[in-house]
Design a protein around this ligand. Structure first.
Ligand code: ADP
Length: 402
């Protein structure tokens, strides 16, 4: 039996899960949000797979920092009898957003690896510092366990140079490692393997387009099992329209705002990371809220149309990159739950042989094929599970589980 604690540490949130990777089941789960704000929220849940009935504790304390967050989670876990030590957790797996040019695979966290992740903060100032905080806090409060880092960029290390190169001065790009890296790789990899399993075909034989549509959103093109293109770039700002980020835009717009309109780089960063995308267009960053207004309110309607237009451009573009496509898969909060978006994103592809089964699309649930038997391309919905993928990576790196 192998038990692993998975930590996803964000700038103001901490998500934890204890997984039994032998049976691939969750034993306990915790979420802390609004760390550092007056109205924090903290939940710890024990599942019934522990042999005890499921039970949950929620509090709304002010949580000063990540150390306080994890300390309180561990206290409640102790009360619920799911403290990682008591459950026999053998390793801790961490989501690390930016792996830069060198981290292709999950790795054991050594002092050198930690220093490298720290150095990559320059490329991912909003993410890597928070990820590193998660590693350090967990080491302090749960000493003696090995830590494994799983990089969001890892799956995309196979991108060919033509896809990852920005057409800017070569020397400048080389000096600062400016290239497209891609993110959400753990999800794209997991979902593409599940897609192959659902279709009963080898992963290495399929050409796929995967659409990870959550708060963050990205698309990938996978050729014979290897990633050949993805929509996020040097940072997670590029590509599809997201909850609060714009995706693609003319870089001239940024120069214009700073040089001609007096905005500071910090203001522009806030605009592009927090005040754009669905939020900027409609005031609703949450897709569920957007959907309640989409048919009545012009701003919400426009936001939805921009999302669909951008999706179509990426799907069509990746189809041209791949030549032939075996499967198109939707995943993450929006991709898994919004049938209307799936239908609209593919509605112009009838002449390319894509045919959605309306009933399967609208009424089914969970992992499934939503195209008709006659469709030339299989269209699927596959729930993503990045925690499970990180848990498996811990097993692989540490040789756990036999
Ligand atoms: P992330 O992991 O990037 O924070 P998620 O994959 O959880 O994001 O996706 C969050 C998004 O999914 C939100 O916009 C949310 O509104 C949307 N979402 C989740 N469930 C549903 C649902 N049942 N119907 C419509 N949208 C949903």
């Amino acid at each position: 039996m192998t038990r692993v604690l998975i930590i996803n540490s964000g700038s103001s949130s901490l998500k934890l899960q204890i997984l039994d990777t032998a049976v691939e089941e969750e034993l306990a789960w915790a979420l802390v949000e609004r760390i550092g704000e007056p109205s924090g929220i903290l939940t710890v849940r024990r599942t019934d797979l522990t042999g005890m009935p499921a039970e949950e504790r929620t509090e709304k304390p002010t949580i000063e920092d990540h150390t306080a967050a994890l300390a309180r989670v561990l206290e409640l876990a102790d009360e619920l009898e799911v403290h990682p030590t008591d459950l026999g957790v053998e390793a801790i797996g961490h989501r690390v957003v930016h792996g830069g040019p060198d981290f292709h695979e999950p790795v054991l966290v050594t002092p050198e690896v930690e220093a490298d992740i720290e150095e990559l903060e320059l490329l991912a100032p909003l993410h890597n510092p928070a990820n590193l905080r998660g590693i350090r806090v967990a080491r302090d409060l749960l000493p003696g366990l090995p830590h494994v880092a799983v990089f969001d960029t890892g799956f995309f290390h196979t991108l060919p140079a033509a896809a990852h190169t920005y057409a800017i001065d070569r020397e400048t790009a080389k000096r600062w490692d400016l290239r497209r890296y891609g993110f959400h790789g753990t999800s794209h990899e997991f979902v593409s393997h599940r897609t192959a399993a659902v279709l009963g075909r080898p992963h290495g034989e399929l050409n796929q387009i995967v659409l990870h549509l959550g708060n963050g959103a990205s698309a990938s093109a996978i050729e014979a099992g290897r990633a050949v293109d993805t929509s996020m770039g040097l940072t997670p700002l590029e590509g599809l329209v997201m909850g609060t980020r714009p995706g693609d835009l003319d870089p001239g717009l940024i120069i214009h705002l700073i040089r001609d309109r007096g905005m500071s780089p910090e203001d522009v960063s806030t605009l592009l990371n927090r005040q754009s995308g669905l939020e900027g267009l409609s005031g609703a960053r949450d897709f569920r809220e957007l959907l309640t207004r989409v048919d009545e309110d012009d701003d919400a309607g426009l936001a939805y149309d921009v999302v669909i237009h951008r999706l179509r451009r990426y799907i069509g573009g990746y189809w041209a990159v791949l030549g032939t496509v075996d499967a198109i898969t939707f995943t993450a909060g929006v991709g898994e739950n919004v049938a209307r978006l799936r239908a609209d994103a593919l509605s112009t592809l009838g002449s390319w042989g894509v045919e959605i089964d309306a009933d399967a699309n609208e009424n089914g649930s969970g992992e499934r094929v939503i195209s008709t038997p006659g469709s030339k391309v299989a269209v699927l919905v596959v729930p993503t599970d990045e925690e499970l993928a990180i848990g498996r990576a811990c097993d692989d790196v540490l040789g756990l589980g036999g």
